[in-house]
Design a binder for this molecule. Structure first.
Ligand code: KIV
Length: 264
């Protein structure tokens, strides 16, 4: 695979119309496999909360839990741009404390950037973090940290008013200094319009094919998170089934005394 991914190479890919790939990872071996497979950006998402830690939502995960997994995934990532997701609890604080939390992702866990979801006054947070020299990725549309207060987990931007609001939010995040924005669960044409309007990269999830990059939660892509599967997810593997079959066979062989055998 080619050179280390930088903010400049992401910008160049957008200008050249070259699609980019982002995936989530939460541990060392998975990040290493994804990096070796050629993913451009690795995100330690706060989806960690649900798909790995077993909490009921993404708002339960703590900063220390995020950092613990982020450090592990960092050790597996060499080429991809490495991004830490700021969990919901980072924002229940004065601005300076939120910025300190963001910087922990850089100094303690080696992140190249952090991601923040849209919420009131987020532009000030983005500006303050970016001024400290830490690049920031934004996130608009369906924002899971505040979805419960905003009517649940459906599509966003389906009517004119909410589409206009999302366009304004995306422009405000670009103006505040974001280098990229996740567009989650918005109509294809709205995502296309935003991607064509902004100079920074857009990363789509459930938002159609016209975004500059695509991201999904890796446990959805790999069939490892079986509680529910969003409609926009394509399962490229069914690792849950594979693991259950391997473990059943191991149980069987131990109980039958056919493992260990002479070769093992
Ligand atoms: O937490 C996460 O995994 C995310 C991605 C789905 C963008 O925010």
């Amino acid at each position: 695979m080619s050179d280390k991914i930088t903010l400049d190479s992401l910008k160049q890919a957008k200008q050249a119309g070259r699609k980019l790939v982002m995936l989530t990872a939460y541990d060392h071996p998975t990040a290493r496999m994804m990096d070796e497979a050629g993913v451009d950006m690795i995100l330690v998402g706060d989806s960690l909360s649900m798909v790995v830690l077993g909490y009921p939502d993404t708002t339960s995960v703590t900063i220390d839990e995020m950092l613990h997994h982020t450090k592990a995934a960092r050790r597996g990532t060499k080429r991809a741009l490495f991004i830490g997701d700021m969990p919901s609890v980072s924002f229940d604080q004065p601005l300076e404390t939120t910025v300190e939390h963001a910087l922990r992702f850089q100094t303690e866990a080696g992140c190249d950037a952090v991601k923040v979801e849209w919420k009131p006054n987020i532009e000030a947070v983005v500006r303050a973090i970016a001024q400290k020299g830490l690049p920031v990725m934004g996130h608009v549309g369906l924002t899971p940290q505040t979805a419960a207060q905003e009517g649940g987990f459906g599509m966003r931007g389906k009517d004119i008013d909410s589409a206009k609001r999302i366009i304004q939010q995306a422009k405000a995040l670009e103006a505040a200094g974001c280098f990229g924005i996740v567009l989650e669960c918005i109509p294809t044409q709205l995502a296309q319009h935003i991607s064509q309007t902004l100079n920074i990269i857009t990363i789509g999830i459930g938002s159609g094919v016209h975004c500059d990059a695509q991201v999904v939660v890796s446990h959805d892509l790999l069939g490892l998170f079986e509680t529910f599967t969003p409609r926009f997810v394509k399962q490229y593997a069914q690792m849950g089934k594979t693991i259950r079959a391997a473990v059943s066979q191991y149980c069987e062989e131990v109980r039958q005394s056919t493992f260990p055998d002479a070769a093992h």
